[in-house]
Design a protein around this ligand. Structure first.
Ligand SMILES: [Zn+2]
Length: 289
């Protein structure tokens, strides 16, 4: 449930609890210590596919591929930069999100932020990019970075810079800023790629549960925020409001006298007919559109 929804439930419940305390039905409030989720008033910025397309023209191919892959998979920047080639199953079109690049310590951590590894499905474009980035490299070499669990590495980093160095989230941000400035689109951080994926997925009809699963969220509230403002959610409201169309009184209708033109009296039959005809035409034109 969204934070706003939780607040709404809480406030009603809180009134009941307060009354129960006043009436001495309860001796203490069971709501003490309840932490409510934060409500975000401003929508969080995300990288739109439109902005990405404009930026792509000004990005080097290594970063262009990384951004496109992020928009197909919703990875966190550290997960994208630490993605090991042996975690990608191109035959099945799935990847296991596990290894993460920890930029502060320049090491590989064998699990993502929330500690849980997760499977993420790959689109055709994601498979194509992964295949291109890995190329013909010797995957048995290892990534060259220390793994925090001390275990040996059995894959190479999928995304490297054209010079063969690790793709650092900060450098990615720098390249994104430059491309955004040249393309004259809003500047976006590497984290907004992940939100761009979530926005796309929600607009395409993926539900909050599936979005949270792929993003690796333990709760649904963040995913719910993406689903709340989709065209589908809007259409649902539009459909609900149009179920009972508002009735308006037509000037010159049966049993009506018009006083719109200084009380000129009832319109002639011919006038009413032409008005009805015009309305019918309008209706036909609208429905054809
Ligand atoms: Zn490694």
């Amino acid at each position: 449930m969204s934070p706003g929804y939780v607040h709404r439930i809480y406030s009603v419940f809180n009134v009941s609890i307060k009354a129960a305390l006043d009436e001495e039905v309860l001796t203490a409030s069971p709501l003490a210590g309840v932490k409510l989720p934060k409500r975000h008033k401003k929508p969080k910025p995300y990288l739109s596919t439109k902005s990405n397309a404009a930026m792509s023209e000004h990005l080097r191919e290594d970063y262009r591929d990384a951004l496109a892959f992020g928009l197909e998979t919703g990875l966190r920047p550290g997960e994208l930069c630490g993605l090991h080639s042996d975690r990608i199953d191109l035959d099945r079109g799935w990847m296991l999100v596990a290894e993460t690049f920890v930029k502060r310590r320049r090491i590989i951590r064998p699990y993502p932020k929330d500690g849980d590894v997760r499977w993420v499905p790959l689109t055709d474009l994601a498979c194509e990019i992964a295949e291109r980035r890995i190329g013909g490299r010797d995957e048995s070499k290892g990534c060259g970075f220390a793994h925090s669990d001390g275990l040996p590495c059995s894959g190479v980093l999928t995304f490297l810079t054209v010079r063969g160095r690790i793709m650092h989230p900060d450098t990615m941000g720098w390249h994104m800023n430059n491309a955004a400035e040249t393309a004259k689109v809003p500047r976006r951080s590497p984290y907004t790629i992940r939100r761009g994926w979530a926005t796309r997925a929600a607009e395409g009809g993926l539900d909050a549960f599936q979005i949270a699963e792929i993003l690796g969220h333990a709760t649904l509230d963040q995913a719910q925020e993406y689903v709340q403002q989709t065209p589908a959610a809007r259409m649902k409201l539009v459909a609900a409001l149009s179920k009972y169309p508002q009735l308006t009184v037509l000037e010159g209708g049966l049993g009506q006298t018009s006083d719109a033109k200084g009380g000129s009296g009832a319109k002639s039959g011919a006038d009413v007919d032409s008005q009805t005809l015009a309305l019918d035409r309008g209706r036909i034109r609208r429905s054809a559109g």
